[in-house]
Design a binder for this molecule. Structure first.
Ligand SMILES: NC(=O)c1ccc[n+]([C@@H]2O[C@H](COP(=O)([O-])OP(=O)(O)OC[C@H]3O[C@@H](n4cnc5c(N)ncnc54)[C@H](OP(=O)(O)O)[C@@H]3O)[C@@H](O)[C@H]2O)c1
Length: 346
């Protein structure tokens, strides 16, 4: 595979920093790396593969010559700058919610729907972090027994809100323990030593934006709008990794031994099945896999399965998934001899 000119937009953020690490760790074929952030960070430095890169603000020529642009700078920036990058000839992999549900924009989890990546028209969307780990865990179940309904409760870490929220948990934890007033900037209620049953804004239907994302994105990734998804998303005082209690209802009765065999061999997944063992957030932090444990059937209904699903939201939930998508594109270009034809012709 030949080296590519790669841009990371949001390079100073929680996800962007992880993207730089993941690109280097996975030896993505980077010829040149450009790091972009807000004008506030212009001139500061980030580290990529042991080298310091000067951070730049975006401008009209930022993407000239760029082939892969990994965006993690929020939806507004994506709406404004992703089309600029595409016009310059780049393929954009965007981590925000800006394009996820748009027709013609593939929403891709490489372990679940890799072929969709090749249907892009310049932009590919990375799903929401909570959705990614859930669909990786549910794909083997769905393939074997069909999937009708998902009821999920999430326990999401503060890094899912970004770098400022990480600092808010650190700071307010110290303030709480010292008996001082807590200085909140990010969350609507205290997050230290408590559980916030609200991730993102609550809409007129009573669901939060995050809960609706889990529903809509899961249906798009599985290409099945009949799946019922009912989510309750909570923020917990954990720095890294989201945990989820997932209850799935299948079309056919589930044989747990068959499901365990499929989960053991599923790509990107680790099944914890030893007695008394289950995955936890700190263990998953810094790892790329989705961890599944507490797998059990229902005594009342052979079509119901429960599991505990944990994964690092900054890695598989964002950076790793985005880099994997870019790898799919490189592999496809190399396999089809289309190295010079990076974007599909419309
Ligand atoms: N955190 C997660 O687990 C997660 C998971 C999946 C998807 N995402 C999505 O990824 C995106 C970034 O999330 P994050 O958690 O990394 O947030 P973050 O830590 O707040 O980082 C935001 C990044 O965007 C940059 N930025 C802000 N305004 C900009 C502008 N005008 N031009 C260029 N860059 C600008 C920031 O630069 P400065 O440092 O200069 O402000 C920073 O690098 C969001 O869309 C989020 O929804 C996050």
């Amino acid at each position: 595979m030949r080296d590519r000119v790669v841009a990371v937009v949001g390079a100073t953020g929680a996800v962007g920093q992880e993207m730089l690490r993941v690109l280097a760790e996975r030896r993505f074929p980077v010829g040149e790396l450009r790091a972009f952030a807000s004008p506030r960070s212009a001139g500061t430095r980030v580290v990529f593969a042991g080298r310091e890169i000067v951070v730049r603000a975006l401008d009209a020529h930022a993407f000239d010559g760029v082939e892969v642009a990994l965006f993690s700078a929020g939806a507004d920036r994506a709406r404004e700058w992703a089309p600029v990058a595409v016009r310059a000839g780049a393929v954009v992999v965007d981590n925000s919610s800006a394009f996820r549900l748009q027709d013609g924009v593939p929403l891709v989890v490489p372990e679940v729907n890799p072929a969709d990546a090749h249907q892009h028209r310049g932009i590919i969307a990375n799903p929401n972090c909570s959705t990614i780990q859930m669909v990786v865990a549910l794909r083997p179940l769905r393939d074997l027994f069909g999937l009708r309904r998902i009821t999920v409760a999430t326990y999401q870490s503060v890094s899912g809100t970004g770098a400022r929220a990480i600092r808010e948990l650190e700071r307010t934890s110290r303030e709480y323990l010292a008996g001082a007033a807590e200085t909140r900037e990010v969350y609507p209620r205290p997050i230290a030593f408590d559980v916030l049953p609200q991730v993102a804004d609550i809409g007129a239907d009573g669901h939060t934006v995050e809960e609706n994302k889990m529903r809509d994105e899961t249906r798009k990734i599985f290409a099945d709008s009949s799946i019922v998804v009912h989510a309750t998303c909570a923020r917990v005082p954990v720095f890294r990794s989201h945990s989820e209690a997932v209850v799935a209802e299948t079309e056919r009765p589930v044989d747990l031994a068959t499901l365990c065999r499929a989960l053991r061999s599923a790509p990107g997944l680790v099944l914890r099945e030893e007695a008394g063992q289950y995955p936890m957030a700190r263990e998953a932090a810094g790892r790329d896999e989705v961890f599944v444990g507490r797998l059990r059937g229902s005594a009342d209904d052979p079509r119901v399965v429960s599991m505990w699903v944990v994964s690092d939201n900054l890695r598989k939930g964002a950076a790793t998934n985005a880099v994997q998508i870019a790898e799919l594109l490189c592999q496809h270009a190399a396999a089809t001899g289309e190295a010079g034809r990076w974007q599909p012709r419309s």
